[in-house]
Design a protein around this ligand. Structure first.
Ligand code: AMP
Ligand code: MN
Ligand code: MN
Ligand code: MN
Length: 301
């Protein structure tokens, strides 16, 4: 892709090529460093991106530098873990003015919660036969970053307890399994409040990935909106166009803005930065047209 100066962002979600507002780096459970991720975005034609590492903004500074050098717009962001009615819900905070107010202490809270959770997960996996689970997960993570379930999944594979990561999640770490420890996470409403207090926009991440019925998803969207959430991901990676249209109806009914992202973690799979199902024509407004996003949207025009 040619390196051109970024131009105005599109007026509709249906024309959002080159925009990806959900990706991970080595600051959380992604395989690429922030610089490498930004370079890959550049090669894939993504010229407007948000780095959304789990519960941290540690990669944002390096990513911003790399993005500036390549003429890519980078939006500071994070993907916060929370719980609602016993389900682990992810909320993307798009942070056009960075980390402010209660979000700063919120991120510290998340780091401690992740540590305490890792100890609980380790204790549970030790009962399942993974001795020294915390040490092994730490080895998999490689560097001093907060541990996540993928580190435990890799440790289980390395120990020969499961054939692959998918099986580790299916049997031991996925929703409802012993390693799915949610108790440490704050309530959905709290993480939304932190994001709003930081001058950001709270985006419900991948609403179709919680195994909910349409009705339950509607209740989640209602609770999210009531807490101050203002957008949801209309497309996350690959999804069926009929399902997208139906989700668009649920967002439109509630006046929520729409965001989109690949949820890219590592190269080699079907996903790449900027790779996601196309968005049909919809009345849902793009999240970058939200009033609090205007400074970002105009930043490089
Ligand atoms: P955590 O942040 O520790 O709760 O871990 C959640 C992360 O695990 C997600 O963001 C995904 O990157 C990864 N994950 C969740 N489910 C699966 C799965 N079935 N297979 C592989 N990775 C998964
Ligand atoms: Mn992840
Ligand atoms: Mn997520
Ligand atoms: Mn994610």
């Amino acid at each position: 892709m040619p390196m051109t100066a970024p131009s105005a962002l599109p007026a509709s979600l249906a024309e959002s090529q080159g925009i990806d507002f959900h990706m991970h780096s080595t600051a959380s459970d992604g395989a690429l460093s922030p610089d490498e991720l930004v370079a890959l975005c550049h090669r894939k034609g993504v010229n407007c991106m948000a780095l959304t590492d789990h519960d941290t903004v540690a990669g944002v500074e390096a990513a911003a530098k790399a993005a500036a050098a390549l003429g890519i717009r980078l939006l500071p962001a994070t993907e916060l873990s929370s719980q609602w009615r016993g389900v682990n819900i992810h909320v993307v905070g798009l942070l056009p003015v960075g980390v402010r107010g209660s979000l700063a202490s919120g991120l510290e809270f998340q780091a401690r919660a992740r540590e305490a959770r890792a100890e609980d997960i380790a204790a549970r996996l030790e009962k399942l036969g993974l001795a020294d689970a915390l040490t092994r997960a730490r080895e998999q993570a490689g560097e001093l970053r907060p541990l996540g379930r993928p580190d435990f999944a890799r440790a289980m594979v390395a120990a020969g307890l499961v054939p692959d990561i998918a099986t580790a999640f299916k049997k031991h770490l996925g929703s409802g399994k012993p390693g799915d420890v949610k108790a440490h996470w704050p309530y959905l409403s709290e993480v939304v409040e932190w994001i709003v207090a930081s001058g950001g926009v709270a985006v419900l991440a991948h609403p179709l990935r919680y195994g909910m019925t349409r009705r339950k998803r509607g209740l989640l969207l209602d609770a999210f909106r009531e807490a101050g959430g203002e957008a949801a991901e209309l497309v996350s990676g690959f999804q069926n166009p009929d399902v997208t249209r139906d989700l668009a109806r649920q967002l439109d009914e509630r006046g929520l803005y729409g965001s989109l992202g690949s949820d890219f973690h590592f190269p080699g799979g079907p996903l790449a930065p900027g790779t996601m199902s196309p968005i049909p024509r919809t009345a849902v407004a793009p999240v970058w047209t939200h009033p609090r996003m205007v400074t970002f949207a105009a930043s490089l025009d």
